[in-house]
Design a protein around this ligand. Sequence first.
Ligand SMILES: Nc1ncnc2c1ncn2[C@@H]1O[C@H](COP(=O)(O)OP(=O)(O)O)[C@@H](O)[C@H]1O
Ligand SMILES: [Mg+2]
Length: 376
Amino acid sequence: MIRTIGVIGGGQLGRMMAIEAKRMGFDVITLDPQEHSPCGQVADEQIVAAYDDVKAIEELGRRTDVVTYEFENIAIASVQYLEQHGYRVTPSSDVLRITQDRLLEKRFIRSAGVACTDFAEINRVDDLPEASMSIGFPAVLKTVRGGYDGKGQWRVNSLDEARTAFSAAKGAQLIYERVVPFVRELSVVATRAADDSTVTYPAGENTHDRGILTMTAAPARVSDNARLRARSIATTIGKKLGIVGTYCVELFLIATGELLVNEIAPRPHNSGHYTIDVTQCSQYEQHVRAICDLPLAEPKLLSNAIMMNVLGVARGDHLTGEAELLSDPSIVLHMYGKRHAVDRRKMGHFTMLVDGAIDEPAIARAKAALAKLGWD
Ligand SMILES: Nc1ncnc2c1ncn2[C@@H]1O[C@H](COP(=O)(O)OP(=O)(O)O)[C@@H](O)[C@H]1O
Ligand SMILES: [Mg+2]
């Protein structure tokens, strides 16, 4: 029987997972190098250690009944260690190996029969001319490992710019991708259980600013057909991956109506935060259910919603304007307890429940609400 859940990573995703786990009666121990982490603040306990500290990982395994992780840039050796020593950990190291490496991930997507962005592997500066010949410009170079929130990415329009980006990457292995002229960015958050049952939330539409998510509106303003295909792609990918837990598939919808997968996250996702406020069972609770062998719940939307990320700015650690924001009774605020509001750091988010359809006036209302917040 599972009583205690271990979470590698103490960020906001772990925090929201822990809040749901606590509500369901589980104990939670998180592992994160940063004391008083967002997850540590709500968990029963935090082990303060690096993600690759084997002794600490061993302790986490020993003291919990199942271990999971809340982001993919952790040492794969930690997950393998748990597996090899008989501790239960999910998603598996095989899932992590694929999803933390953009090249393996794209090859996996293709092998699953799903379309993705054109790409090439860049190991040496001499690989650039051929990649640019076959794929063209504009392009984006990304580090194969370790990137998130648009970090480790360079947009390039010429071979010269590509060479400059290669130097800036300081020897890291890169992937060369065509910049996709998408009409919408979508994501589907899904959960797969060990018995192969899968639930998918309706596709949301995402807006990014320089690679960092700023807004998700759900459901996405696309045809029913595109929404259906997006959900079916997410289900296919989850089954082929054999993942157990919540995951997210990010997609580009292009003018021809085709969907191209951008990437897979093997964990709850920023674009699924809205599920806390407008579904009977959030992406975090579904994750807890999946990793604890409990049945999954219906992923039905009870209201349309717009989620806005609250990002830090260069100065000021204290949020201002909450009262003005919450004067709109359709808004729910979630803050992550981070002590320092570094520029563009994800500090919190809010969900605006939308009565009618997702449309420009609703989006303008959400943007105006965000503008009421500041940092002091
Ligand atoms: N090939 C691409 N074409 C167009 N936009 C892209 C491409 N790759 C990334 N982007 C933009 O940058 C964002 C972040 O890139 P992504 O590959 O998802 O990396 P991560 O989320 O891990 O930082 C995407 O959501 C998208 O807005
Ligand atoms: Mg992404």
